[in-house]
Design a protein around this ligand. Structure first.
Ligand code: ADP
Ligand code: MG
Length: 340
């Protein structure tokens, strides 16, 4: 019997491989595997569903991630996928697998974070599952949202000439993680040393307490803007641009000067001897939105805070290119996270 290592396919290749023989049979399934969320038609509106799993030791480290923050983040990362469809989340379910290492008080902390996210984003916790695990903790959250069929945004709607837009700023969550990992090592070697995190608060906050861009989706609805394509930035700009380009059958030209990076993050990157643009392109977990708009819609966003125009959609043949500040064109490679 042949044995193929899952790493030979990579995350995206593995998903495609496993789901290739599942044709859609229900007329109400408008979108199955392959976008930020599935879309199900329900008469006058659509239900949008997304699910994500967080595994201790892979996605979070309780050495520096307080349980309350973990609960909050586990919800936010799922809501982000619903917003990326231009829909609004309404309910969540939460499933946990836990070892006996966790007390009721510890789980209360986790659920205090989950409750805070429910309050902030206006969603109801409506179910889940609880089971034991031999060690560690696994959290799986499913988010259910609603949108109008004609207003939903997919990864495949970008067209040549569209402008590429980014909300917020990128690379911060990745640098926050680098700082927390560094402080953890220092602490393990010298438990007496107190960390000085003063000039790094922004990046650490981006890692420990990310927010989903509910505000942006509400703004789009208010000003009557429908992006042609949209995705949330969970794996870094390069990877998400790759998803939009592949599904829309287009290319992209990104201007390095157009990629928003927070000044504190610029400085931190240099301290870590990293190029800030590399952190924005390949760092993950910023949970900002990457979207494309028709050029005639540019006046709708030009003066909005926190939206940056980072480039333009091109013909597929030109691939995905970065025009660096030095004036050179680089080919962008998309790398999903390798988890295994
Ligand atoms: P995101 O990064 O937006 O959460 P993913 O990369 O996790 O998206 O997933 C991409 C697509 O593949 C989604 O439509 C997701 O529902 C689907 N998917 C992921 N894993 C599986 C699986 N094991 N079985 C079926 N569909 C999956
Ligand atoms: Mg997503």
């Amino acid at each position: 019997m042949q044995r193929t290592d899952v790493n030979t396919l990579g995350e995206f290749g593995l998903i495609e491989h496993l789901t290739r023989d599942f044709p859609i049979t229900q007329p109400s399934t408008l979108k199955g595997v392959g976008d930020d969320a599935a879309v199900i038609e329900n008469g006058s509106f659509c239900t949008v569903v997304s699910t994500d799993m967080l595994v201790e030791g892979i996605h979070f480290d309780l050495a520096y991630m307080p349980l309350r923050h973990l609960g909050y983040k586990a919800v936010v990362v799922n809501l982000s996928d619903i917003y990326a469809m231009n829909a609004l989340p309404k309910q969540i379910t939460v499933s946990i697998a836990i070892s006996n290492r966790f007390s009721v008080e510890a789980l209360d902390e986790l659920y205090a974070g989950i409750r805070a996210a429910c309050t902030t984003y206006g969603v109801d916790l409506v179910g889940g599952d609880t089971t034991s695990a031999p060690k560690g903790m696994i959290i799986s959250v499913t988010a259910i949202g609603q949108g109008e069929k004609s207003q939903l945004t997919y990864r495949n709607g970008a067209r040549v000439g569209d402008l590429i837009c980014i909300t917020g700023d990128l690379g911060g969550a990745y640098l926050g993680l680098q700082i927390l990992e560094r402080e953890k090592q220092i602490f393990l070697e010298n438990p007496g040393v107190q960390p000085d995190l003063d000039n790094q608060k922004y990046a650490i906050g981006r890692q420990l307490k990310p927010e989903a861009r509910k505000d942006m989706i509400e703004t789009f609805h208010r000003i009557g803007l429908k992006p042609t394509a949209m995705i949330d930035i969970s794996d870094g700009l390069a990877s998400e641009m790759f998803h939009i380009c592949r599904q829309s059958k287009v290319g992209a030209l990104i201007e390095e000067t157009g990629v928003p990076i927070h000044p504190e993050v610029q400085l931190l990157a240099l301290q870590f001897k990293l190029d800030p643009i590399t952190c924005a392109l390949n760092g993950g977990e910023d949970y900002e939105l990457l979207f494309t708009i028709r050029p005639e819609d540019v006046d709708k966003i030009r003066f909005l805070p926190d939206i940056y125009i980072a480039g333009e959609i091109t013909e597929a043949e030109t691939g995905i290119k970065l025009n660096s500040t030095g004036g050179r064109l680089h080919d962008l490679k998309a790398q999903g996270w390798v988890h295994f």
